[in-house]
Every structure is written in structure tokens, then in C-alpha cells.
Design a protein around this ligand. Structure first.
Ligand code: PHE
Length: 456
């Protein structure tokens, strides 16, 4: 079996790295910009931020459909990239006029709207292309998506450092430079993609991939026009079931930005050699862990595949949920030490984020790969949109779950008849939720595999 990867993978890696740089660079500044430049209040800011991040993962359904039916992946990516860049520059304009809210606010909403639409055209389509570089049942796909995932995290890691530093200086007039840089990152993504696509976006036979209907080869068109079979329906059902399970993964995982941040802020001993580690820095742990461990995982899957020992994708994803559960168990045990005046060592949270990142590597790139392997050619990008839709649902659910975070002086919230009185109760909620979801997924692997018809 061949273990090296086609050049196209590195093109998609670089493109997605710059796009995520743009997206996360913007996201690092967004809430701060709303509060201190546009003078929105906290509640409104939180609500708008939640709606924005939710909508961003709703539009991939439309973007996937447009690519499959009309534009192909390439054109959708270029148009989506253009819209996202335009959106970032609208925010740049908004930031430039922040003293005149009647100009700044329309630009602000226009910018967010463009990014939401652009992301819908970009994200599912770049993700679909990764798998098209390989023959349908090529064993290297899981490893390829894991490498692609490194690109995502490389961009996500540098984005807050660069855009955050340029934009968040304490002077509201500087936000615009963060948005400007994010827009420029997006333009770099488009330049790289536009320039190299013809050379590198080819399947193993040398045919161009990601083309619009009129430019597809005869064989490609035939594959896409083939009527759906029983096998196709079975496989699409599996995509639906798996997408449902991952809602629980992301709903717990996304606590990183909410409840786990409150926790780090209030109950963690962040003193290090007489210096206090900023709470926001803990958000850098996840991309770093992913970057360091992704190549190890990629090699590991290929090695197991060579020995015919590679677990089925649903098994890997089930393990991902169990790792997430183990991470929350660590923090649930740790908080038992928290008492008035006693804070928890940072090591507990770091260990938790490590386990969460290992879980993510078992679940997220593997899920992208699985969706690619299971999709009939006709709906390849649309079904990728379905996969991202579960992220939208999960983010919404994550917000609801975070609402159970116990606060002293407030009445004890009740989750399905279970009182959440302490931090331990709260974190145990996630231990149980992800454990049950993981165990169910592992138990149903055999059943799912039957409906996957040979896909692994
Ligand atoms: N870091 C991932 C990304 O930006 C997070 C994510 C996972 C987003 C799954 C959507 C779906 O791509």
C-alpha cells in the first residue's frame, strides 16, 4: 500500500489553513469588538455571537447542494472565499467608523452575513475535495483527513495570536487591523488555491476534480447520475446516525469556550513563577495538542491498516467519545478539592484538554473521511453539509447545557430531575452524557458496519 500522499492534499492543507486563520482571527475579536467598539451590552453580545457561530454551520447544507448541482467544488470555494474576504473587509470598514454607529453597525451586520454565506460555500466543499484525491476505498483517507486537520489547527492556532494582538490593543480604533489581517489571510487562501488547483486537484487517474457539471468527465457525470441504490440509502442512513452521535461530542467539547472558561477563570490556580496565566491562553492548548499528535495518529492508522488491524470508523469515533468522557471525569474528580480559598492546579485542566484533543482526533477527521467514503457521488458535498449541521445543533445544545453551571447564590438548577448543586455534579453530567453516547456507538458498530456495505 502506498503511504505518501498526493500533492493536492498539501494544496488543500494550505488553503484551509489560511481560511481558518481568517475565520478564527475574526472570531477572537468579535465579542470584544461588539462590547467595546459597538457598545453592545453583554447579553446582546453573547446572543449574537451564539447565533453567528450557529448560522455559520447551517449554511454548508446550501453550499454543498449548490456545488453538487451547479457549480462544482472549485467554483463554490472561490465564490465562498470571495464572500468571506468581503465580509472581513466590511468589518474592517465597521471598525474604521466605530465612532459613527449609524455607519459602523450596518457594515457590521453585512460583514457577518457575508461570512456566514461564504463559509457555507467554502467549508463543505474543501472538505469533500480531500477525499476525492483518492480512489473511493483508498485506505489512506483517514490519514489524509488527519493531516488536513493539522492545517485547520495550524491556522486556528496562529489566528488569535496575530489578529488578536493587532486588533485587541485596548484602543477600539485598532480592531479594524485585526479584521483587515483576517481578510488578507482569506485572500491568500484564494490565491494559493486559484493558482495551483489545475495542477494538483486531480484524482489518481489524472482527471480534474471538483469541476462544474459541464466540465466533468463522462465517467464522473455517469457516476453522479447513477440512480441511488439500496446500498446508497443504507450508507446515507449511517451518515445520519453518526451525525446524531457527534452532536453529543461537540456539545460537551464546546464547553471549552463557556463553562470551562468560567471555571478556569474562577477556580484554577493560574499562578506560575509569580505571574498569572491569562484564562484565554488555555484555548491554545487544543490546537497545539492536535498539531503535535495528528501526525502520530495519521501514522498509527496507516500502520494498523497494513496489519489489517485498523478499527472500523464508528469504533474510532466511539473511542473519541469515551476519551472526552475521561477528560471530564478528570476535572469532575479534581473539583472535589476546590473549597473556599483553595484553587485547583492547572495540571487538571491541561490533562483534560489533552484527552479532549485525543478524542477529537479519533472523531472529527475520521468523521469527515467516513462521510466522504459513504456518500454517493451525487450528494457528496450536500452530505458533508449534513455533517456540519450537527455542529450547528451541538453549539446550540452546548449553550443550553452551559446554563446549568452552578453559581453560588442562585437556585440549584435541575437537569432531567437531577439537581446540579456542585461543580462536580455539573461536570459529571458531561462524563455520563459522552460515556453513554460513546458506549452506544461502540455497541452499534456491528449494526452500522452492515449498512456501510464494505466501507470501513
Ligand atoms: N476546528 C474545527 C474546524 O474549525 C472545528 C469543527 C469541527 C468545526 C467540526 C466544524 C465541525 O474545522
Amino acid at each position: 500500500m502506498q503511504t505518501s500522499h498526493p500533492g493536492g492534499l498539501y494544496l488543500l492543507f494550505a488553503t484551509e489553513m489560511w481560511e481558518r486563520f481568517s475565520y478564527y482571527g475574526n472570531r477572537a475579536l468579535l465579542a470584544l469588538f461588539m462590547l467595546s467598539a459597538l457598545s453592545f451590552d453583554k447579553q446582546f453580545t453573547a446572543a449574537l455571537y451564539g447565533q453567528y457561530t450557529g448560522l455559520v454551520f447551517l449554511t454548508p447544507l446550501i453550499g454543498g447542494y449548490i456545488a453538487d448541482r451547479f457549480w462544482g467544488n472549485r467554483r463554490s470555494i472561490m465564490v465562498g472565499g470571495g464572500l468571506m474576504a468581503a465580509g472581513q473587509y466590511c468589518l474592517f470598514a465597521s471598525g474604521s467608523f466605530y465612532t459613527q454607529l449609524d455607519i459602523a453597525i450596518p457594515f457590521f451586520y453585512l460583514g457577518l452575513g457575508l461570512i456566514i454565506l461564504g463559509n457555507g460555500l467554502f467549508k463543505p466543499n474543501i472538505s469533500t475535495l480531500v477525499g476525492q484525491l483518492y480512489a473511493p476505498q483508498d485506505k489512506r483517507k483517514d490519514a489524509a483527513y488527519t493531516i488536513f486537520y493539522m492545517g485547520i489547527n495550524l491556522g486556528s492556532f496562529f489566528a488569535p495570536l496575530i489578529c488578536g494582538t493587532l486588533g485587541d490593543t485596548g484602543d477600539p480604533a485598532d480592531f479594524r487591523w485585526g479584521f483587515f489581517t483576517a481578510g488578507t489571510g482569506m485572500l491568500i487562501a484564494m490565491l494559493v488555491f486559484g493558482y495551483f488547483q489545475k495542477k494538483y486537484l486531480v484524482d489518481p487517474l489524472g482527471n480534474q476534480i471538483g469541476m462544474a457539471p459541464e466540465a466533468r468527465t463522462k465517467a464522473q457525470t455517469q457516476r453522479r447520475n447513477a440512480p441511488l441504490t439500496r446500498v446508497d440509502y443504507d450508507r446515507m442512513l449511517v451518515i445520519g446516525v453518526i451525525s446524531f452521535f457527534v452532536i453529543f461530542f461537540w456539545a460537551a467539547f464546546e464547553q471549552a469556550g463557556v463553562s470551562l472558561t468560567f471555571f478556569a477563570n474562577e477556580n484554577l490556580d493560574r499562578e506560575l513563577f509569580g505571574w498569572t496565566v491569562p484564562t484565554s491562553w488555555f484555548q491554545a492548548l487544543n490546537p497545539i495538542f492536535v498539531l503535535v499528535f495528528a501526525p502520530i495518529f495519521a501514522q498509527f492508522w496507516v500502520k494498523l491498516a497494513k496489519k489489517d488491524l485498523e478499527p472500523a470508523s464508528p469504533t474510532k469515533m466511539g473511542l473519541g467519545l469515551l476519551l472526552l468522557s475521561a477528560g471530564f471525569l478528570i476535572i469532575a474528580l479534581g473539583v472535589k478539592q476546590v473549597a473556599p480559598g483553595i484553587k485547583l492546579s492547572m495540571m487538571w485542566l491541561i490533562a483534560m484538554y489533552w484527552l479532549h484533543s485525543m478524542g477529537e482526533l479519533c472523531l472529527s477527521p475520521i468523521g469527515l473521511s467516513l462521510v466522504n467514503k459513504l456518500s454517493p457521488a451525487k450528494f457528496a458535498s450536500l452530505l458533508m453539509g449534513v455533517w456540519f449541521l450537527s455542529t450547528a445543533a451541538a453549539n446550540w445544545f452546548a449553550g443550553i447545557l452551559a446554563g446549568f453551571y452552578p453559581e453560588t447564590g442562585k437556585p440549584t438548577p435541575n437537569f432531567l430531575g437531577w439537581p446540579i448543586a456542585t461543580l462536580n455534579d455539573f461536570f459529571m453530567l458531561f462524563v455520563i452524557m459522552s460515556f453513554v453516547a460513546g458506549a452506544l456507538l461502540l455497541l452499534s458498530t456491528k449494526l452500522l458496519q452492515q449498512r456501510m456495505h464494505g466501507v470501513n
